[in-house]
Design a protein around this ligand. Structure first.
Ligand code: NHW
Ligand code: EN5
Length: 389
């Protein structure tokens, strides 16, 4: 049972889809206006206060980085913890239309210490037929010492209020945990780029009857990419990339609708944050896109290594070049840049290359959720065209 989530406008596990009363696709709550939204912030427990976090302020972004580095998402065995860089956080939190008061912290009143956090950024999202203005919610975090005190529901209600005050009534979010009620469940897959280190830190293990030498040979990649016309994406590519993505993402049941401005923000390369490449034909026309973001993890309690360098597949469109070839080149590029592992979900058309390119199945899953939006039925991972950072 979910004491909090049962009170929220989200699809519930108890909803019966087999009865004659067909549940309609669309909003779950009765329509509201901004005038209906509560004016006062929700109350925090005594001794804590709300704090809007200005990520353009170096001191504040360093505080957020510290909170997340010590307290954010870990794998099931608590061996690795996501370590978003400060540059990454600034990038993720300031896309076109970002709102300062959607970067929400909780501080201890006495000391000013940042102890909890949640964020929202705007995005146009298509869910099946409908296109809806939503927020993407991310970076929900409560300091380890304050867990299980029902702080998370207060953070969620307060960000909801702040989003509603700007006339937005829907949200998209992902989580490893099961909540009411997933739109889809995706599986993580991993491609070893530096198998020796991955084995040494316990990220992967030597397969039965495999030696280290045979494993290194198995995962060895070419030193150079093979696709002619492959080059880093630049800001001027935005109009053509927008069109590539518009056409490709139309195939999926849940996908963002990017403006050219958003494409410039989310895809123009930034060292150690986002890498994106395009393929240009002889006439200079762009035929394909591929990208990944850089999200290292702290290796918890390892004497030899402290950080795992992971690349996460982002948006890729194989409109002309075969997807397999494009992804192989992307692995080569991620390897060249020093990544230890390349992660991908079984969303998009990724099933077409995961096994062939020697990805192995992970022990983590990712659930996709919508707030205040109901779909007629659960989606398959391959119907998802959305990546949240
Ligand atoms: S998912 C990553 C979330 N963060 C982490 O896992 C970091 C490590 N863990 C923590 O910091 C990406 C804490 O364990 C957290 C929970 C803070 C997760 N989403 O305070 P209590 C995102 O950021 C429910 C939603 O006592 P806690 C997406 C839980 O089921 N709900 O627990 C975020 C229970 O409710 P229930 C989650 O362990 C999306 C309640 O929280 C959750 O101290 C947010 C317990 O609270 C999760 N990941 O803190 C929703 N994990 O009903 C956005 C647990 O079962 C919705 N819970 O009683 C949309 C809002 C905007 C709408 C606008 C229109
Ligand atoms: C908000 N945007 O569980 C997202 N990671 O598989 C927040 N496992 O790295 C929610 N346990 O399988 C994120 N190695 C939810 C994910 C949380 C993190 C998580 C998993 C995903 C992960 C690794 C390490 C497991 C360590 C022990 C894993 C096996 C890889 C191996 C490579 C070689 C071929 C076989 C497979």
């Amino acid at each position: 049972t979910y004491a909090f989530w049962e009170t929220q406008p989200v699809a519930q596990f108890t909803e019966d889809t087999s009865t004659s009363q067909t549940l309609q696709e669309g909003p779950i709550d009765a329509p509201k206006t901004i005038a209906d939204v509560r004016q006062e912030p929700y109350n925090l427990p005594a001794g804590f206060e709300w704090s809007t976090c200005d990520v353009n302020d170096e001191k504040t972004v360093a505080e957020v980085y510290q909170l997340l580095t010590m307290n954010y998402v870990e794998d099931d065995d608590n061996m690795f913890r996501f370590k978003y860089s400060q540059q990454f956080l600034k990038w993720a939190l300031q896309p076109p239309g970002w709102q300062e008061d959607w970067v929400l912290g909780v501080r201890v009143s006495a000391s000013g210490k940042l102890v909890a956090f949640i964020t929202g950024v705007p995005a146009k999202m298509r869910a099946c037929e409908a296109t809806v203005s939503m927020v993407e919610i991310n970076f929900l975090c409560v300091h380890k010492k304050l867990r299980q005190k029902r702080l998370a529901p207060v953070l969620i209600k307060e960000i909801t209020r702040r989003v509603n005050l700007r006339g937005i009534w829907q949200a998209a979010y992902t989580a490893g945990v099961v909540l009411p009620k997933p739109v889809a469940t995706a599986q993580y897959w991993h491609r070893s780029l530096n198998p020796k280190k991955l084995i040494s830190v316990g990220f992967s293990r030597l397969a039965p009857r495999m030696t280290l030498a045979r494993t290194l040979k198995l995962y060895k990649l070419p030193e150079q990419t093979q696709t002619p016309g492959l080059r880093p994406l630049k800001a001027e590519d935005a109009p053509q990339v927008a069109e590539l993505l518009r056409v490709y993402l139309a195939k999926f049941q849940l996908a963002p609708e990017f403006t050219e401005e958003e494409i410039r923000h989310y895809l123009v390369p930034q060292d150690g944050v986002i890498d994106a490449y395009v393929v240009a034909d002889e006439g200079g026309k762009l035929t394909d896109l591929m990208s990944y973001y850089t999200l290292p993890s702290t290796i918890i309690g390892n004497a030899q290594y402290d950080t795992l360098k992971a690349a996460f597949m982002y948006y890729t469109v194989a409109a002309k070049t075969p997807l397999l070839q494009l992804m192989q080149d992307l692995l080569v590029l991620a390897h060249q840049k020093g990544h230890d592992v390349f992660n991908a979900l079984d969303i998009f058309e990724n099933e077409k290359f995961l096994k062939e390119l020697k990805f192995g199945i992970g022990d983590g899953r990712l659930r996709y959720y919508l707030y205040n939006w109901r779909l007629k039925e659960e989606l398959k991972a391959a119907q998802i065209g959305l990546v949240l950072l």
